[in-house]
Unconditional design. Structure first.
Length: 177
């Protein structure tokens, strides 16, 4: 074998090793990626049942139901982005800051019936905080336009009921002239 041929085989082997390493790293990362979805996105095209996602929105007023199965507390509540609502089932103790009308992010899976089974529920940490993903979802749904001020307060969502969440609330209101 000539020196040039050995060098070519060495370069090919290095490229193959780097490609294999990159493929393994990307595969490992893809299994750990958790996508953010809104209730309207779940209704339009739900993710696969085996895919872990983050569901963000506001807890619908009057939708929280708490039970106990043995010693385990179980909570069922609806999360809305103003256009659609998704029922969330969670086994465990809810965060202290969890309230109706407040923003929430639930991590879990979407079931075939579009219900969401959460493995973790995260609540906002003060009255001015809104997760970035929830703010983006409000912008996309037409419920908030940053040109007209800050995002709606959680108190403005307290009047939303379970019946209102099922309606299509996407009709944007006209801006005053």
């Amino acid at each position: 074998m000539t020196r040039k041929t050995r060098r070519l085989w060495l370069v090919i082997a290095c490229v193959a090793c780097l490609g294999t390493a990159a493929a393994l790293i990307l595969r490992a990362f893809s299994s750990d990626i958790v996508f953010f979805v809104t209730p309207s996105q779940v209704e339009a095209s739900p993710p696969p049942a085996d895919r872990t996602v983050k569901l963000g929105g506001m807890v619908v007023a009057g939708s929280v139901k708490r039970e106990k199965h043995g010693e385990t507390p179980v909570a069922t509540f609806a999360v809305t982005d103003g256009q659609a609502a998704v029922t969330v089932h969670y086994e465990g103790i809810l965060p202290d800051l969890f309230r109706e009308g407040q923003s929430v992010v639930a991590i879990g899976t979407v079931q075939p019936d579009h219900d969401f089974v959460a493995s973790e529920v995260l609540a906002k940490h003060d009255e001015t905080y809104m997760p970035k993903e929830v703010a983006e979802a409000l912008k996309k749904s037409g419920k908030w336009d940053p040109r007209f001020g800050p995002p709606p307060s959680a108190a403005s969502w307290n009047t939303m009921t379970v019946q209102d969440a099922g309606k299509n609330l996407s009709a944007p209101t006209a801006a005053p002239n």
